[in-house]
Design a protein around this ligand. Structure first.
Ligand code: NAD
Length: 241
């Protein structure tokens, strides 16, 4: 079915990175089984220093910044290098697609990237590791060195607007795609999940690779149930072989 497709849109979610040691949100060991998402909205973050302190503590404990890409991320790089992929839209904030070898301009990070931190006051950007070093040294809620403003990881919080430029890039990629390969996502977070829907509504096939059911299973042409790190190298290897 994908043999003749030249502009496959990869659409990835937290499930592609669980084999790199980063828990997903809604799987059985997901983050939401331990943390209440209502505590971490954008407005709470801005208003409440305790929310910020808790957020930096969690970020310091998270494995995201040290994680390594797995076989599923590497298989998507093979697809890109074979000139068969239009773009990779990801909901992930771990930067593992680029670390695996996808060029930055092939990746559309709809929910941001945890490796970067931004000042909500002056917009200054810096590496999150530098901010976490200040947290470890005792600054529980570090402020911007330049303007004193609130620092926030460059990820989209609940209730925060999504980056306009990335939404436009994603819409463009979806309109150019001739198939969508959705990997490790419940396809339940909007507007992200609207992009695979657009590809299907234009008459193209959707292949879903996931460990469990998704919200868009009814729209899929084929569903492959399994671990992304096992399925993708096999599937993409056959496609390119
Ligand atoms: P989700 O947690 O809603 O769903 C993940 C899906 O992947 C689940 O159905 C799960 O069963 C499946 N899965 C888990 N491991 C898998 C594997 N090895 N192979 C195949 N499938 C596997 O994730 P989502 O749809 O991406 O939505 C979650 C939101 O959480 C996103 O908005 C994202 O920004 C954020 N998030 C990101 C990360 C990350 O950057 N790695 C981690 C957690 C959450």
């Amino acid at each position: 079915m994908l043999a003749d497709c030249r502009r496959i849109l990869a659409f990835t979610g937290a499930g592609i990175s669980t084999e790199s040691g980063i828990p997903d949100f809604r799987g059985p060991d997901g983050v939401w089984t331990r943390v209440d998402p209502e505590e971490f909205t954008y407005s709470r973050y801005l208003e409440n220093p305790e929310t910020r302190r808790a957020s930096w503590r969690m970020r310091g404990d998270s494995r995201i910044l040290d994680a390594e890409p797995n076989r599923a991320h590497l298989a998507l790089v093979d697809l890109w290098n074979a000139d068969r992929m239009v773009a990779c839209i990801t909901q992930n904030i771990d930067g593992l697609h680029q670390r695996a070898g996808l060029p930055q301009d092939a990746v559309i990070e709809l929910h941001g990237n945890a490796h970067h931190t931004v000042c909500v006051g002056c917009g200054e950007r810096q590496d999150t590791v530098a901010v976490l070093a200040r947290v470890s040294a005792g600054e529980a809620d570090p402020a911007c060195h330049d303007c004193g403003g609130i620092l926030k990881a460059a990820v989209v919080f609940f209730g925060e607007a999504m980056p306009r430029r990335d939404l436009m890039r994603a819409a463009m990629a979806a309109s150019e795609a001739d198939a969508v390969l959705a990997v490790g996502s419940t396809l339940s977070v909007f507007p992200a999940a609207s992009f695979p829907i657009e590809v299907v509504e234009a008459g193209n096939p959707m292949v879903i690779v996931n460990r469990g059911p998704t919200e868009l299973d009814d729209l899929a042409t084929v569903i492959v149930t399994g671990a992304a790190g096992a399925v993708l190298p096999d599937l993409i290897g056959k496609l390119l072989g």
